[in-house]
Design a protein around this ligand. Structure first.
Ligand code: ADP
Ligand code: MG
Length: 703
């Protein structure tokens, strides 16, 4: 019976080899079970018939009963289309088809009565239905939609070409249930969970998610399936974490000693913010616990993560171990090296830098120092991961800007120590808690949610690119005050010729607006050699150039406190998190800074909304929440980081935060009571974890 869901979809009546091929290609569906897991993405009420005069562009999906008055073809070739005037006896609406002109003309004849169903769109101020679903009145009446709510399925162009429409999907799902006959789908969760959490049983949930009997039943089905999805993910993650904890004892760094204390009381030039204190307490508790720390530190740009990193590393030193810090670019590693050396000046700590461009001699000295333990803190890039880098006793690793490092790279660091070192990953791309809990379920999360005192919010404005000259004058006035500016161009795809043309033309015209010898311009972009890029960055950092024309290569962590203006060209082409990161390049000193978002006058709704959010707030968490709501989690940076496959079929990370927490707590309780899932009542869960373990590389031990 459990094999029922594994049956190949080819054997389903009405499917056959051709359709099953398309289903596999387009939806990755090969079995009955796979198809059942293709849930409707939306539900519509098919009991309601609209009157045409009730319909407005805000109506979304509508169903109209009426008669075709006339059918005409318009345009030729690729722009050929069919336009039908469709009347409900009161008023007329246009039905439009851009494809299948011949088929449509033959099939839908004037004078016949139909039920047209589709999404309302607007053209020239009038509503119409494009590619409506058409049924003859008999078809419509004979169909039984139990609760009146009907699921709409995701279908692709290729699927439609093979007649795999929403209706075909419904039919196939119905076929699966009729093949099941009087049997029930086998439950996937233990009975006690179903009872305790008041979940709808699997069979009813599947039936109702596809063919809702009522709105209430649909809600219960959705809850059940979301819970199941999230619960199983959390179970995997928490289980991996537990296994790791048992298998690898971590270093127990209970001492807070001279390095930390002297630094704190004698060297720290300012008070720690409360958020920094709180996070340091969390980190210290982890390191002293005897278990390996795996902590994600989220904090907005400028919130003082570097200092927290340094103090974390000092705890390792106090316990007789070395520490390493890894940054994604040479220039960042260099900056960390400089600022950390400066902060430690006077304290007897040996810090070294290792990057891809370290000279051979230097490199040998550093490698020797790491090996014999004379170097206590090593800062660098990916170069730290290379084989010749051997530590005497590595106790702690800090990874900056973690989204640039994958799980594999973290894993390699583990190999450099007798026991897994404590790991702190830092990111300035804040992600909402719900997402963090799902994709980094195996990491603990700390948040610095407060900026050091005295920071002025960056004055952010949105201007149309017709006003460029006013903005250039403003930049001149800032330069006259001794400040510097960034001007950023979109280079979304390195290969896009027009983007290159834009930045090059932009640079040329900027040279006219800001002529030598009064002004000095620099330029950086991704096609430059690293040395060239570094040289340009250094010129800007030293103040030798006042304006840096750039692509998003400057997005990550570069610190030039004297820069006060960030001008972003074609800002509508950037995503929110990118805009936020770019803005974070200014406002790093005590003076007022500015970010100007330049867009064309024609803006999509989406674009307008992004500009609105950026001008309203500088809070990275708020921005990331909006980003998640607007785009969904798929595109967010970092979603590929976790060792657990995140193939969410029903959960919406933006709106299902409560269920995520609920599911995580439930998974925790289950594992607390039965860590290895050996009791008979947890048999299903045990088997599930076995199955996914076989399907995926097990990053659990290393992430
Ligand atoms: P980020 O979180 O972006 O890495 P940094 O660690 O680079 O931020 O810190 C930004 C600036 O704020 C640095 O110049 C740092 O010295 C300063 N800073 C950090 N913590 C504090 C604090 N508690 N009070 C005042 N300034 C601080
Ligand atoms: Mg930083």
């Amino acid at each position: 019976m459990s094999d029922f869901l594994d049956k190949e979809i080819t054997y389903l009546p009405g499917v056959g080899p051709k359709k099953s091929e398309v289903l596999k290609k387009e939806l990755n569906v090969t079995s009955y079970g796979d198809l059942l897991r293709c849930y409707p993405y939306r539900y519509v009420d098919r009991t309601k018939f609209y009157r045409i005069k009730e319909i407005s562009p805000a109506s979304m999906y509508v169903q109209i009963r009426g008669t075709i008055l006339s059918m005409t073809t318009q345009g030729t070739g690729r722009s050929a289309r069919v336009v039908a005037n469709f009347s409900d006896g009161e008023s007329v609406i246009e039905l439009i088809w851009f494809k299948g002109v011949k088929y449509v003309m033959e099939r839908y004849k004037p004078g016949h009565e139909f039920v047209a169903f589709g999404k309302v769109s607007e053209f020239n101020g009038r509503c119409n239905l494009v590619h409506p679903d058409m049924e003859t009145i008999n078809e419509a009446l004979s169909k039984q939609t139990l609760g009146g709510v009907q699921g709409m399925y995701n279908t692709t162009e290729k699927m439609k070409n093979s007649s795999l429409t929403t209706r075909a999907m419904q039919k196939m799902v119905a076929e699966i249930f009729s093949a099941l006959g009087t049997q029930r789908l086998v439950e996937t969760l233990p009975d006690y969970l179903i009872q305790e959490k008041h979940l709808m049983p699997f069979h009813e949930a599947m039936l109702n998610i596809h063919f809702p009997q009522s709105q209430d039943a649909l809600r219960l089905a959705q809850f059940r399936l979301k819970f199941e999805e999230l619960f199983l993910i959390q179970l995997q993650m928490l289980r991996q974490r537990n296994v790791r904890r048992v298998r690898f004892a971590g270093f127990k760094f209970s001492k807070v000693g001279e390095f930390f204390n002297r630094f704190y009381s004698e060297f720290l030039p300012f008070q720690l913010t409360n958020a920094q204190k709180k996070v340091l307490k969390e980190i210290h508790a982890d390191m002293a616990s005897g278990k390996q720390m795996n902590r994600l530190l989220q904090g907005d740009v400028g919130s003082g993560k570097t200092l927290v990193a340094l103090m974390t590393m000092l705890i390792a030193l106090d316990n007789g171990y070395q520490a390493a810090m890894m940054a994604p670019t040479e220039i960042l590693a260099q900056q960390h090296f400089e600022s950390i050396s400066k902060m430690l000046n006077g304290l007897d700590v040996k810090v070294a830098l290792l990057t891809g461009s370290s000279k051979k001699k230097e490199r040998e000295v550093v490698l020797q120092g790491i090996k014999d333990g004379t170097i206590q803190i090593l800062i660098g890039t990916h170069a730290l991961l290379e084989d010749p880098v051997v530590f005497q006793s590595l106790g702690c690793v800090v990874i900056d800007e973690q989204h640039r490092f994958g799980v594999e790279q973290r894993a390699r660091l583990w190999g450099k120590s007798e026991r897994p070192p404590h790991v702190l990953v830092m990111t300035a791309t804040p992600i909402p808690r719900t997402l963090a809990m799902t994709i980094y379920g195996d990491l603990e999360v700390s948040v610095i949610d407060e900026l050091p005192p005295g920071r002025k919010p960056i004055g952010t404005s949105h201007r149309f690119d017709t006003h460029r000259s006013v903005i250039y004058d403003f930049i001149k006035s800032e330069i006259a005050k001794g400040r510097q500016a960034y001007i950023v161009y979109p280079l979304i795809q390195e290969s896009e010729k027009s983007d290159w043309a834009n930045i090059e033309a932009g640079y040329e015209s900027l040279k006219q607006v800001f002529p030598e010898p009064y002004y000095h311009l620099g330029m950086v972009h991704g096609k430059m050699k690293p040395e060239e890029k570094d040289a340009q960055m250094r010129l800007f950092a030293s103040g030798a150039t006042q304006i840096l024309v750039a692509t998003t290569v400057i997005e990550v962590g570069v610190n030039v406190p004297n820069a006060s203006v960030m001008l972003i060209e074609s800002a509508e082409r950037f995503g929110l998190s990118q805009l936020h990161q770019l803005r974070g390049r200014v406002g790093r000193g005590a003076d007022q800074s500015y970010c100007i978002l330049l867009t064309s006058v024609k803006l999509s709704n989406d674009g307008r909304q992004r500009m609105e959010v950026m001008t309203r707030t500088c809070n990275g968490f708020e921005i990331s929440e909006v980003d998640l709501k607007m785009r969904g989690p798929g595109d967010l940076e970092g979603t590929q980081q976790s060792g657990v496959a995140l193939n969410l079929k029903i959960t919406n990370l933006a709106t299902d935060g409560d269920i995520i927490q609920y599911a995580r707590d439930a998974a925790n309780d289950v594992l607390d009571a039965d860590p290895d899932l050996l009791s008979p009542e947890n048999y299903l869960l045990n088997r599930y974890l076995d199955r996914v373990a076989k399907e995926s590389v097990n990053w659990g031990v290393i992430s």
